[in-house]
Design a protein. Structure first.
Length: 220
């Protein structure tokens, strides 16, 4: 589990901040509290106030985009992993509200996260709302407002924290990019099968089956 604090970051203007955040659209950057001053408590306050999901990056609340289709694809992926976990009790999944503090002052929310039991004291799921955990596997279902630079930064942060595998699903192209390092990936189309590798030993998931279950309720 990563524990080192991130250095304080200051930007001369909003353009610099937006660039650092990965060129995310302005309407996803919260102005309250002022950028650069937000804390983990503000993440929780925003969710309590209006159920919004915000990540905490460089002292700034950045809204997490999530539409119905993206949510459905994420929940179906959780279903398949949880089915695997019925007979391989090696960890747990969390969904699109599962906030994780990767480092002090850095909160990310994968669409689906898998965390091995080794990260939980006594193999018990914590009741801390934003635990100091990293996803052994992070799954991101891309939304239209996600930018390439935003996702590149997120991958870098995931792997720096201890993540070993990232799947990025692009609903538009119906492909999955499988990352084993921030910029090392293999692109798989619907004819291919995802492999859990050392993170989920023995887990296999046909990408076509993933889409079929999500979009038509079919499992075969």
């Amino acid at each position: 589990m990563a524990t080192a604090a991130l250095p304080a970051t200051r930007y001369a203007n909003i353009e610099e901040l937006v660039r650092a955040l990965g060129d995310v659209p302005l309407d996803r950057i919260r102005a309250d509290p002022p950028p650069g001053t937000a804390t983990k408590a503000d993440v929780l306050a925003a969710h309590a106030r209006d159920k919004s999901l915000c990540e905490l990056v460089d002292g700034t609340l950045v809204e997490k985009p999530m539409g119905y289709r993206e949510s459905r694809l994420a929940s179906v992926c959780s279903y398949f992993i949880e089915t695997y976990l019925d007979t391989h009790n090696i960890g747990v999944t969390a969904g699109e509200s599962g906030m994780l503090q990767l480092e002090e002052g850095l909160v990310r929310i994968p669409d689906v996260s898998f965390v091995r039991w080794e990260q939980f004291p006594n193999r018990e799921v914590t009741d801390v709302p934003i635990p100091d955990l990293y996803p052994d596997l992070a799954i991101e279902v891309l939304s239209p407002s996600n930018t390439k630079r935003e996702m590149k930064r997120k991958r870098k942060e995931y792997f720096a924290a201890g993540t070993r595998l990232v799947w990025e699903l692009n609903p538009k192209t119906r492909t999955v990019d499988v990352y084993t390092a921030p910029e090392t990936f293999k692109r798989l189309d619907e004819s291919k099968t995802l492999d859990g590798g050392e993170v989920l030993p023995g887990f296999k998931l046909s990408i076509r089956r993933w889409f079929e279950r999500a979009e038509r309720g079919r499992t075969s």
